[in-house]
Structures are given as C-alpha cells and as structure tokens.
Design a protein around this ligand. Sequence first.
Ligand SMILES: [Zn+2]
Length: 222
Amino acid sequence: MVGTGQGRATWRVAAADLVLGAACAVCERPALHVCPGCARLLLPQVGHVPGSLTVVAGARYEGAWRAVVPAWKERGHHGLLPWLAVALASAVVEVAGEESDVVLVPVPTSRRNRRRRGQDHMTVLARAAAGMLRSCGLQAGVAPVLALARQTRDQADLTAPEREANLRGALRAAPPGRDRGRGRLVVVDDVTTTGATVREALRALAAVGHVPAGAATVAWRP
Ligand SMILES: [Zn+2]
C-alpha cells in the first residue's frame, strides 16, 4: 500500500531529524529541511508577473516562500535547493511554451555576493532546475551568457523607477556563437519584484542578437 510506504518514509525522516536536531526552515518544528505541513505551502503556483507577458514566477514571495528563499540563499540551508528548483523549473516550462529545448541563463551575481555566499547561487539553482527538467524528459541546459557590465547599487531600498535607472545597461551578453540553435534562452532569477533585473537581462540578450523566450523566477514579490 502506498500510504504505508509513505508513512514509514516519514518516520524515517523524523528519526533523522531527531538525530540531527534539524528544524523546518518555515515553522521551526523538527523536520529535515521543511515539515510536511509547510511542504504543502511550497507547491508551485505558476503565474505571470503582472504587466509582463514574458516574466513568469513559480510562486508568490509570501508565507513559506519568504522563509525558504533566504534560508537557502543567505543562511546555507542547502537541502532546500530542490524546493526552489521545482518552482523555477515550473516557471521555465510556462515560459518555454511549445519550445522543447531550453537553455537557462542565470542573472549574474556580483563578485562580492558570490564570495559572501560561498557560491554563485543562481548558477547552482539554474543547474538544479535544468536537471529536474531533463529528468522529466525535456531538453534543458544552462549557459552563462550574461555578465555584469558595471557595479549596481543594492536594489532593496530603491523605488521602481530608481531600480530601472540603477539597472539600465548594467548587464552585457555574449553574442550568439556556435551553440546558436541549441535551444531558446530563458533568463532565470530567484526573486523578482518589479521585474527590472530580468527585463535588463532580456534587453542585454536582445541587444546582441539573441531571441530569448522570456524570464522565469522562483518567486514574485507582490
Ligand atoms: Zn514547517
């Protein structure tokens, strides 16, 4: 019986939690990564970011998502990666539409943030999402097509028009090369608020002759 097997697996996870002293990243009850109750809150609910036909998010950045994204990104809770990857992969599928072959293009991280986090978090996340898509039978790869053209200010305290100005021309893209035709490019980022970063990424790609399908993010912050 399926139910019995799942029950046994749950107990095994619970036992591991007790040994490790692990806590749910959302509610802090004993759990490995997230508890079953909070897991239900992390099911992807793919939706277009308002005002944009080309930016799709896997979830709204609220509730459980407000806990797991920073826990993974800033506090080294690496076991949460699959939750973020499945939301991102779901958004990529929506952006890709009928395309059977996609190349995920991570938004670049500043060298300072890469050092602070000990990893290029968007490349890690893009690879995990692409791996999930491939395991579902879709063609998906990751290509580091984008780079920072200049330093930008921290976006957190800026208004929407200030974000646009802060990011205009901030990214540059490698022109299409020998691998052109390997798949439609989809820009990927973790959280979008106004869509300014992903729009700048799409602009930079188009400026050198790419025809990106759009952008996908883990979550949209309303
Ligand atoms: Zn929980």
